[in-house]
Design a protein around this ligand. Structure first.
Ligand code: GCB
Length: 626
């Protein structure tokens, strides 16, 4: 789905602001027709975008999982209704939304974290009149949604005696289940016959293939490649659309490659013209030219070995929750650059599109993940997995369609830690087929990026999820959840496992998570869990293992910042594994990583984020001082 754009053919109206809001724990709203009569009297105000939980905590919304009704009004804009449509674009409604305009249903959407559009034109009042827009957002999850929820019909304890209800609010995952309209809600006035999709793929030689999808018929198109101040550097011949699609190839002479050090962006400017030659639609699609490949078991960017240094993150901020928070996005990039990271993972769901635009512009690499976290399968029969598999495939399709043009995206992650709870119905032919189908699906949509399977340790190298992927990501907590406090044993376990994975698969292996809960201000002279010194020594241990294995494609610390979790005795409000606090203040580990990553020759010159200084001449890892 195209990111919204304002230009001479497209108008963008922002509906951000304070809307009326009412939670609906009893699901009364539909019976009482709140969608046509408007929300009942006792409503709160709510900021859109923003999760409802923290902003309305005192009204009882802190741990609320259920339906919430939103209402706002807008005046019908002036536009030619024969030639244009008015679309509603929702950046993300977590996790399901139904929309009414002036009491008429306009459609619904399943799945959070990803955008959707609905056509409002037919229900729109005449120009100048006010319209009532009502959106019902439901944050409940089921066993057939991505992410999955907790099935109330299933026995509370799993095969290993682990209580499925152990968290409050109950979730399958270790991050807070925020609900609401978390990303922008916008109105778009777009031509009836319009550009609906653009996929750009460039080769290092400067050959660029552009695939364009359109709605309607009769249009002729053309593409120009713009290179900022240099203006147009290549243009296509006229394109005729067949079945709503056209493909063109253009050559850019002496292409400037995208890399973290030189995040150079071009724009593919696509125009549609009608039979009289008038431009009827235009879309400027940014893209970068770079190549990600795996050769001889090594991950490469533009033909050079790539070492990913960075973090697993979360979209989690005080008060807005998972809501859009632009100043914080920039601050996080500032801090990642300061600390010497060149990459991050969108753990455990697709992030705001604006984050990816920033990563393109600022030169960071991204492992892009869908929200399939801690999967649990309902049976040993592949046929019974169909509803979940459909939702999972759809989430991947939507993610790839949204993000495929971002040069920052270096790999697709179709899941995080399936089988976290040692659920039954795993590690069998049905789950093997499930993963094979998923990875095949990703490859059918994009062959230009590797897939990564991110697993935890129970089945280690035997894990069925690893069989069909291109790269292996391991989340390991030796020295924390196992071998607590014992970093010497942790090192041995980590080395042994990485070597075994390499031996068996000969694919790049990366540490996608490792970390320890750390209370800022706690100190000790000996290895003592929860202290700042322990976090430093833990990360030093993992970094030294990862940095010295040529097949290791990187090392991501869990987590960039402390983040809110559901309530549980093992979390003191937050998961405290952040290298920064939730407010983005550094713990001691931030200074360790800054020194370490700056001295690391494996983060080659062109993979260091722009502005990152440090010697590039060091032959090998230089341990940091202590
Ligand atoms: C993991 C999960 C992550 C958790 C983390 C932890 O393996 O992928 O979601 O937050 O462990 O801190 O336990």
């Amino acid at each position: 789905m195209l990111f919204p754009q304002q230009n001479e053919n497209r108008t963008l109206l922002d509906l951000s602001g304070f809307w009326k809001f009412r939670p609906d724990p009893d699901d009364a709203g539909r019976n009482e027709a709140w969608f046509s009569e408007g929300l009942p009297e006792e409503t709160s105000l709510i900021a859109v975008p923003g999760a409802w939980n923290e902003q309305l905590a005192e009204s009882g919304l802190k741990n609320y999982v259920g339906c919430g009704w939103y209402e706002t009004t807008f005046v019908s804009p002036r536009f030619d209704r024969t030639a244009n449509r008015l679309l509603l674009r929702v950046g993300a409604a977590d996790h399901r939304a139904t929309v009414w305009l002036n009491g008429t249903p306009c459609g619904s959407h399943e799945g959070g974290y990803l955008p959707f559009e609905l056509d409002l034109t037919e229900s729109l009042h005449v120009e100048g009149d006010s319209n009532r827009l009502v959106v019902c957002v439901d944050s409940r999850l089921t066993m057939e949604t991505i992410p999955q929820g907790i099935d109330p019909g299933v026995a509370p304890y799993n095969g290993s005696g682990y209580d499925r209800r152990h968290l409050f609010p109950p979730t399958r995952f270790d991050f807070f289940p925020y609900g609401g309209l978390t990303r922008p809600v916008q109105l778009l006035i777009v031509p009836v016959n319009r550009i609906a999709s653009i996929a750009v793929q460039g080769s290092l030689a400067g050959r660029v293939e552009i695939t364009i999808g359109v709605t309607g018929s009769g249009a002729v198109g053309a593409v120009e490649i713009n290179d900022g101040d240099r203006g147009c550097v290549a243009r296509s011949v006229d394109l005729v659309f067949v079945d709503g699609k056209a493909v063109c190839v253009v050559d850019i002479p002496n292409p400037r490659l995208w890399s973290p050090l030189t995040p150079h962006l071009y724009a593919a400017v696509v125009r549609l013209r009608d039979s009289s030659g008038t431009v009827t639609d235009r879309y400027d699609q940014p893209f970068g030219i770079r190549e990600v490949a795996i050769k001889g078991g090594i991950l490469l960017l533009n033909g050079e070995p790539l070492y990913l240094a960075g973090f697993g993150k979360h979209e989690d901020f005080p008060i807005v929750g998972r809501g859009q928070f632009r100043p914080a996005y920039l601050r996080d990039f500032e801090l990642m650059r300061w600390v010497g990271a060149n990459s991050f993972r969108t753990s455990h769901y697709p992030y705001d599109e604006e984050v990816l635009h920033l990563a393109d512009r600022l030169g960071f690499l991204v492992i892009d993940e869908v929200a399939a976290v801690s999967l649990g399968f309902p049976s040993d029969r592949f046929e019974d997995l169909a509803p979940l598999l459909d939702a999972h495939r759809q989430a991947l399709t939507d993610l790839i369609e949204r993000d495929r043009n971002h040069p920052c995206v270096v790999a697709w992650s179709p899941m995080n830690e399936p089988n976290l709870w040692s659920e039954p119905h795993y590690q069998n032919d049905a789950s093997r087929r499930y993963f094979q189908t998923l990875f095949d699906h990703v490859r059918s949509l994009d062959t230009t990026r590797p897939t990564i399977a991110i697993t935890m340790g129970v089945f280690s190298a035997e894990d069925v999820a690893l069989e069909a992927c291109d790269m292996i990501g391991i989340n390991r907590y030796f020295g924390w959840y196992t071998e607590p406090g014992d970093l010497a044993r942790a090192r041995v376990s980590l080395e042994k496992e990485m070597d075994a994975l390499h031996e068996r698969y000969r694919r790049p292996v990366m540490i996608t998570e490792c970390g320890v809960d750390t209370m800022e201000g706690y100190h000790a002279t000996t290895a003592q869990m929860f202290t700042e010194e322990y976090q430093i020594e833990f990360l030093r241990t993992y970094a030294s293992v990862a940095d010295h294995k040529p097949f290791c494609a990187g090392f991501h610390v869990w987590n960039f910042a402390d983040f809110l979790t559901p309530q549980h005795y093992r979390r003191v409000v937050l998961n405290k594994k952040g290298v920064f606090t939730r407010e983005r203040n550094p713990k001691g580990a931030a200074f360790f990583l800054r020194e370490h990553w700056r001295s690391l020759s494996r983060i080659a010159a062109n993979h260091r984020p722009k502005g990152q200084s440090g010697s590039l001449l060091v032959e090998d890892v230089k341990p940091s001082g202590k």
